[in-house]
Structure formats: C-alpha cells, structure tokens
Design a protein around this ligand. Structure first.
Ligand code: NAP
Length: 302
C-alpha cells in the first residue's frame, strides 16, 4: 500500500485555519495534523519527529506547513524547520501565515500586471503607499514591492509611531528599507496619497480606508488595489471583481479583492501541489509565491 500524504500544520495560535485545511486537502494531502501553540524553539524537535519516522519513501510524502498570524515569526519558523532537516531526511515545508504570503504575492503581481498592461511601467522607481500596512498582508506586500525597486511607505490608522515600528521591524527582518506615515486622519491619508503612484488597501476586513473623493484629488495614482472583500470595499467605487477598471476619473486603474483572491487561490494550490509532486524537497515562502503569481499572470516565463 502506498503511504498517504501527510501534512503537519504548525501554528503559534490556538487553532489552525480551516482555510488552510481545505486548501491542503484540495491539493491532495490525505492526512492533516494540527500542532497549536507552537513556539519557535519547538520547531526543531517537531521537525525531527516528522522527518525520521517514515524512511526515504515516506519523506517525499510528508510535508510541513507553517501558519499563524505573525508574518515575521513564520519566516523564523520556516528557517528553523529548514535548518533542522538532516539529509537525506528532508521534507517539503511551506509558510503562509494567515494566507498573507500568498495574498501579498497575488496583490503585488496583479499590480505589476496592470502597471505593465495599462501604463507600460514596472514597480521600479515608483512610490507605493500601503494603507493598513502594519497588518499581516500589508507588511509582506511592502517587502515584495520594495524588492521590485519601489519606494514603499506603510501607513497606520493609529498614527506614525505604530507605522514606524512596523516599518522598522519588517524592513530589518527582510533586509529592505520601508518608510512610514500616519493614516490617522483623512488629511494624513490624502497627503500620503498625493505623493504616491500605487496605493494598496490592506486594512482589516469591512474597513473603508479610501474614498473616491480622495482618489480624485490624487492624480499621480496609476493603480489602486484593494483586498477587503467584506462590504464596504476598502476603496470606494471599486467592486470586488474589478480587474484593471478605470477608477476616479483620472489615470488610475483599480483591482478588487476577489480579482486578487482568484490569483491567491491558484498560487496557494500550486505551492501545496508542488510540495507533494516535486522530485526534490521544497522550502516555500513569499518569494516563491510571488514567482508563481508572476508566472500565472504571464509576467515571467513559466
Ligand atoms: N482576497 C484574499 O484572498 C484575502 C486573503 C487574506 C486576507 N484578505 C484581506 O486582506 C486584508 C488584510 O488582511 P490582514 O490579515 O493583513 O488584516 P489585519 O492584519 O487584520 O489588518 C490589517 C490592518 O488593518 C488596520 N486596521 C484595523 N482596523 C482598522 C480600522 N478600523 N480602520 C483602518 N485600519 C484598520 C490595522 O492597522 P493599523 O491599526 O496600524 O492601521 C491592521 O494592522 C483584510 O481585508 C482581509 O480580509 C484577503
């Protein structure tokens, strides 16, 4: 009898995400085991327990998935799991805390796709404003955009101090430079918007962070992308399925939450399938997710 495909899900939280469970089963994993309350020092022991028990054939049918809410801690846990492998006992491992790695990858690749299609531009040299930028998705979208050569500013609705703290911690963890601004008052948001080329709305579900009036007063904006699928939309006037529609009467094109969600779904499925099907063990993070999203959207060759 063939050994079943087993996925061990590690999370620092009290429970794993049902979303991740569904995605893993749909990608062909047959046995899923959640480990909750996992702290960073526990990752080495758990990884050893997972890799040594099934022999060389079982190794290729065993995977680790790192979830949780903290996108910086998940990167540390991924690194710890990878370092704990003992060749030839190496299993595939993927991190996607809160879905943020695949969602941020889908968002940034969708922006790049429409920048190219509509404006014949890349992210290099552009100014990107991330509203809700202290959150899980916002931080990783910021890192990906910065690595593509953009100047990225994180905004917080609680003010400059929180934004600065998030920009410093995220920038230093992933070795990029991130700016920060206050998004506490509508005039703060407008002032930041008027100095950007791309705006990413990554605030919590059900929160509107940008009005059409603000957008109409910011003629430099080329792309406005939104992740919030829970009404009202994060950006006024933008529907969830809009994918590159004209927005605000100027040169801006809008990308809605479900348009990005469709790309995210494909990306997460492909990463999970690759863990099961690749001939060598995979270690997958948000850079891999961004590569897959870019291939999916035809930005780079598959
Ligand atoms: N389409 C998809 O496939 C997909 C997948 C995952 C997530 N999402 C969506 O992506 C968005 C971001 O997810 P996430 O997990 O990163 O969210 P999150 O961490 O829950 O929230 C992001 C940020 O929103 C800001 N925020 C909270 N309440 C606010 C308010 N009342 N007004 C303005 N800002 C507020 C907070 O930053 P400050 O307090 O610093 O302002 C927070 O850090 C959510 O809308 C989520 O539903 C979409």
């Amino acid at each position: 009898m063939e050994k079943p495909f087993i996925l061990h899900l590690f999370t620092p939280e009290a429970r794993v995400s049902p979303f991740d469970v569904n995605m893993a089963v749909d990608a062909g994993y047959q046995v899923l085991m959640p480990y909750t309350g996992v702290e960073l020092p526990m990752v080495v022991g758990l990884t050893h327990d997972a890799i040594f028990s099934r022999g060389p054939k079982g190794v290729s049918r065993t995977g680790l998935f790192i979830g949780g809410r903290d996108v910086l801690l998940a990167a540390d846990m991924l690194e710890a799991a990878q370092k704990a492998m003992v060749p030839p006992f190496v299993v595939s491992v993927c991190a996607d805390p809160s879905g943020a790695y695949t969602t941020a990858a889908a968002m940034v690749a969708s922006v790049q796709h429409h920048l190219r299609r509509r404006h014949e531009r890349s992210l290099a040299g552009l100014r990107v404003l991330v509203l809700g930028g202290t959150g899980a998705v916002g931080r990783i979208a910021a890192v990906l955009a910065a690595r593509e050569g953009a100047t990225v500013t994180l905004s917080s609705h609680t003010g400059q101090a929180h934004a600065s703290q998030a920009a410093r911690a995220t920038g230093s963890r992933f070795n990029v430079s991130l700016q920060a601004c206050s998004g506490q008052h509508p005039e703060d948001v407008l002032s930041a918007l008027q100095q950007c080329d791309v705006v990413l709305a990554t605030a919590a579900a059900g929160v509107r962070v940008l009005s059409l009036t603000q957008l109409q007063q910011a003629p430099s904006v080329l792309i406005a992308a939104d992740l919030n699928a829970v009404p009202p939309s994060g950006i006024e006037g933008l529907g969830p399925l809009d994918d590159g529609v004209a927005l605000g009467g100027g040169q801006a094109a809008g990308i809605g939450a479900l348009a990005i969600g469709n790309v995210k779904y494909q990306v997460q499925q492909q990463l999970l399938r690759r863990m099961r099907e690749a001939s060598t063990p995979q270690c997958l993070s948000f850079e891999d997710a961004h590569r897959v999203a870019s291939q999916h959207l035809g930005l780079v060759a598959a």
